[in-house]
Design a protein. Structure first.
Length: 134
């Protein structure tokens, strides 16, 4: 029902309604429709100049699916568009670690720390990457 309502809203308002595309993406993600969710997330950012919520959500979804190389593309795009939060750098660093890009992992995780993030989500992958680097 939620998907149908979101799609009806897009028919009414047009496909360039960024917030509604973001909602549709979240609904589709919960339904396990990964590719459709990704498209909705990206449509959300295309609809609103400078918005990064869709790119961030796409990166998070792909990372949670173990598709870290693809997630990195979206996280980096969000960063280039102006998103510069500790959470972005934490998730980006964790993805770099998972694909074996240890120097990039350390760089991103240290950036998260420099922005005040000192949680286990940062410290554990950072310690792991530093250990692997020797």
């Amino acid at each position: 029902r939620a998907e149908r309502l979101a799609r009806q809203g897009l028919e009414f308002s047009g496909p360039k309604h960024g917030p509604l595309q973001l909602v549709l993406g979240a609904i589709l993600e919960r339904l396990g429709q990964v590719d459709a969710a990704l498209e909705a997330y990206l449509a959300s950012d295309r609809a609103v100049y400078g918005q990064t919520d869709g790119r961030f959500a796409a990166g998070f979804l792909l990372g949670s699916e173990g598709r870290c190389k693809e997630a990195i593309v979206h996280y980096r795009a969000a960063y280039r568009m102006g998103l510069n939060t500790p959470r972005l750098h934490t998730l980006l660093g964790s993805c770099y670690l998972l694909i074996g890009s240890l120097e990039e992992a350390v760089k991103s995780l240290e950036e998260a720390r420099s922005k005040g993030e000192e949680s286990v989500d940062v410290l554990m992958p950072l310690a792991t990457a530093l250990d692997m680097l020797g």
